[in-house]
Ligand binder design. Structure first.
Ligand SMILES: *Cc1c(COP(=O)(O)O)cnc(C)c1O
Length: 381
């Protein structure tokens, strides 16, 4: 039996979300854009989902853009706003150096193809952005600020509301990637003062391949996928109605009993962190307290992180080295280098993320095998 400790990569679909999706696929197969009764049935499911999600994050229904997931949300936020803002000659992008590749690579493409200027905000040794640094870096030609809400790699939570206040004061659109945060933090776009917020269903026990972007009313943005007028003209294509129904139900279930689950996760997480730091020559990456309740991440000096993950897999534990999006990539993680770690440390990264099924016995089993496997994964002394 495999012990799954990779909930930041993806989470198993909640049984109730699956049930709702099956009902939807069977009973509401119509195209929501069709005028007839079958179309109306699907449209009703879609509207119910939109109202449900909008309510949970304190947004308006017209501010929700359903799409294919976190990556697409990040792409639309960054590229869509950049394209709109460059029409008024604003071509300065200000992002954190600890963004997910969906933000990072989109920004880099804008530099390469459209002549944008990319500036990275400073971060401290925990990968946290200081709102004062955002205030200092803003310029009259800043097109967009993007700061990840909670890091998928190191778990650190950023002061999004404070950064939001700075950006709002300057009238600069602010995006935050909340794909990891949504599983553990109560999102409220009015408190966070974001103009754009990305979420993806499969990180909170919803289906893969569906997500949403919150776009505050009045935010300058252009569609990147053009065609029909679905999603307020910001994302053409017939909607994934069943996926949306599953995502919204999964988020509802996530918010239900969130605090108690987080308390339980923090206890397990801290037991894991103390166990690893006490038995191996390891460093915790990311903030010790202001981090996701389910997230533990480490670096081991001179260790091959990918090899360690393979050894753990053989021993029956599913974990990850840095980000799952970089499988087979021997380059040290950019995020870990941004924390000031050397490549020698950064190449030995391990991410262990917990979830609904994780219990103390699993953590203890993991801790009992880890030290010997770390020793085997040493590549240089
Ligand atoms: C997983 C993840 C994404 C990408 O989401 P997909 O739905 O897999 O495309 C983006 N940002 C963060 C922080 C993530 O953890």
């Amino acid at each position: 039996m495999m012990i799954y400790l990779d909930y930041a990569a993806t989470t198993p679909l909640h049984a109730k979300a699956l049930q709702d999706m099956q009902d939807c696929w069977r009973d509401r197969f119509g195209n929501p854009s069709s005028i007839h009764f079958e179309g109306q049935m699907a449209e009703a499911a879609l509207q119910e989902g939109r109202a449900g999600l909008a309510g949970m994050i304190h947004a308006g229904e017209s501010e929700i853009v359903f799409n294919s997931g976190g990556s697409e949300s990040d792409n639309l936020a960054v590229r869509g706003v950049a394209w709109a803002r460059c029409q008024s000659n604003k071509k300065h992008l200000l992002i954190s150096p600890v963004e997910h590749p969906a933000v990072m690579q989109t920004a880099r493409q804008l530099v390469k193809l459209h002549g944008f200027e990319l500036e990275f905000l400073p971060v401290d040794g925990y990968g946290q952005v200081n709102p004062d640094d955002v205030a200092k870096a803003l310029r009259p030609d800043t097109a967009l600020v993007s700061v990840i809400y909670a890091s998928n790699e190191i778990g650190t939570i950023n002061p999004i509301a404070e950064i939001g206040a700075v950006c709002r004061g300057a009238g600069v659109p602010f995006h935050s990637d909340a794909v990891q945060a949504a599983a553990h933090l109560k999102l409220d776009v009015t408190v966070e003062q974001v103009d754009l917020l990305s979420i993806g269903a499969h990180k909170f026990y919803g289906p893969r391949g569906v997500g949403a972007l919150y776009v505050r009313k009045g935010t300058p943005i252009l569609p990147m996928q053009t065609g029909g007028s679905q999603e307020h003209g910001l994302r053409a294509g017939t909607e994934n109605v069943a996926g949306i129904v599953g995502m919204v139900e999964a988020l509802r279930l996530t918010l239900d009993g969130l605090e108690e689950r987080n308390l339980r996760l923090v206890q397990l997480r801290d037991r894991l962190i103390a166990g690893v730091l006490g038995s191996c020559r390891a460093r915790l990456t990311g903030h010790p307290q202001q981090r996701l309740p389910n997230h533990a991440s480490f670096v081991f000096e001179g260790v091959d992180g990918n090899f360690l993950v393979a050894l753990l897999d053989q021993a029956g534990f599913a974990c990850s080295s840095g980000s799952a999006c970089k499988v087979g990539n021997p380059q040290p993680s950019e995020v870990l280098l941004a924390l000031g770690l050397t490549a020698r440390w950064a190449l030995g990264s391990l991410r262990v993320t917990l979830g609904r099924e994780t219990n103390e016995a699993q953590i203890d089993a993991f801790l009992s095998v880890l030290p010997a496997l770390v020793e085997r994964a040493v590549v240089e002394r």
